[in-house]
Ligand binder design. Structure first.
Ligand SMILES: [Zn+2]
Length: 193
């Protein structure tokens, strides 16, 4: 078993905007009936969260109608390395040259050499909110948050909506949610602990 999370991460909200967009996103989720405005002890990693609302299925596929979530939503504001929990990041793609660099070996172990510059940047970003990585393919110096990760394993951002033990969200729901966030890019980081 274990607990599953799906975090909708807003990649575009700046540090001083994150709280405002958090409120905007939450208000919409409450108005849709996807979650409730009240807060209860229904999430992991935070004291309180928003429990599922009566229209929770609007976020998920009708096929999951019998999988009503028991847990809720924690909204996370502030610089965060959102990550997929267990396992290793498989690959990373440079936004400039679009070349994908594998970060695991053929036997699915971490490729330490390939990972190292990203690991260094990850720690720097976590501390200062700024870090560049020189792309191994095109040698451009690219800000860490602009890289794209296989399976959206990482997202470096200032706002995330973390849902616990919900069925998978539909693409349609994610598109609608992005629209509420004024067309910001969103990714879904998911995993289990
Ligand atoms: Zn590149």
């Amino acid at each position: 078993m274990g607990d599953h999370f799906q975090t909708i991460v807003d990649l575009d909200a700046l540090p001083d905007e994150a709280a405002e967009y958090a409120e905007r996103g939450l208000e919409w989720l409450v108005s849709e009936g996807v979650v409730l405005a009240e807060r209860t002890a229904c999430v992991l990693g935070a004291p309180l969260g928003h429990p599922p609302g009566s229209n929770w299925l609007r976020a998920c596929s009708p096929e999951d109608a019998d999988r009503e979530p028991s847990d809720g939503l924690a909204v996370s504001v502030g610089r965060t390395v959102f990550h997929g929990g267990q396992g290793e990041p498989e690959a990373v793609t440079c936004p400039r040259c679009k070349v994908t660099t594998r970060l695991v070996t053929d036997t699915w172990e971490s490729d330490d050499e390939a990972w190292e510059p990203f690991g260094v940047a990850l720690r720097a970003w976590d501390e200062d909110g700024e870090a560049d990585v020189v792309c191994p393919a095109c040698a451009a110096s690219v800000p860490l948050p602009q890289y794209r990760w296989a399976d959206d394993f990482f997202a470096f951002a200032h706002l995330g909506f973390e849902f616990w033990n919900w069925p998978h969200f539909t693409d349609e729901f994610l598109t609608r949610f992005a629209r509420v966030l004024e067309g910001h890019h969103v990714v879904r980081v998911w995993g289990k602990i």
